[in-house]
Design a protein around this ligand. Sequence first.
Ligand SMILES: NC(=O)c1ccc[n+]([C@@H]2O[C@H](COP(=O)([O-])OP(=O)(O)OC[C@H]3O[C@@H](n4cnc5c(N)ncnc54)[C@H](OP(=O)(O)O)[C@@H]3O)[C@@H](O)[C@H]2O)c1
Length: 238
Amino acid sequence: MRLKDRIALVTGASRGIGRAVAERFAKEGAHVIATARTKGGLEELDDTIKKLGGSATLIPLDLMSQDGIEKMGQAVFERFKKLDVLVANAAVAAPLGPVSQISPKNWHESIMLNMTAQWRLIRSFEPLLKASDAGRAIFVTSGVTKGIPAYFGAYTATKAGMEGLVYTWCKEIEKTSIKANLLSPGAVRTQMRAGAFPGEDPLTVTPPEDIAGVFVELAEASCQKHGEWVRAQEPKPA
Ligand SMILES: NC(=O)c1ccc[n+]([C@@H]2O[C@H](COP(=O)([O-])OP(=O)(O)OC[C@H]3O[C@@H](n4cnc5c(N)ncnc54)[C@H](OP(=O)(O)O)[C@@H]3O)[C@@H](O)[C@H]2O)c1
């Protein structure tokens, strides 16, 4: 029960890494505020958490809506008055292709979700994280910002942009009780990974529940890491 009674918001909780992290947080005693667009996925998560004896609050929301993020912040304030843990996990990986051929729609979606929504989460939830005795924020990034591959242009550019924003924010909150870090999951068996690597045998890829423990470490009140880029696992050999 390493997160007993902590209030933790997880974006992208309807499937994949976010869902596994939300379940693990509930097992560790947190009350999970789970958000994503797909109600069915959130409801399945809620059922699992109830079976574990935990509790969750579901907020179906498209993070492309900046007003929606603001309203979510207000709703969390009205109900809980604080936020102990923010996991900014939801993102999109545009279809692979050369930079010169990225469609305006995919570019716009990548910028809006992978960067603008992350800024808006900080803007809406910083006061609530400050209201916690030990606010913790985890921003999910990717190894693409370290070993830049071809054909992932929109994804790499927006993850790198998010990293710049988070590193800047970390400097600004150094004297507060908030600790914020970037977490790179490595190769994980999810819909996003299957879309980016269709020829890969999913069984050779780490399941999401196997990396959830690293999220717990960064979410705990005792975590002293701040402004770091953390790997959840070693990169998958090519
Ligand atoms: N899987 C990997 O190997 C890997 C590697 C490196 C980094 N990552 C990072 O890990 C994080 C999670 O990825 P994943 O692999 O779990 O991806 P995933 O299976 O595609 O899940 C993405 C989650 O984000 C939500 N989402 C997508 N668009 C949204 C929107 N407009 N508004 C609200 N929620 C939205 C989805 O829910 P709805 O569709 O229900 O909205 C879903 O819950 C991402 O930041 C990704 O970049 C993953």
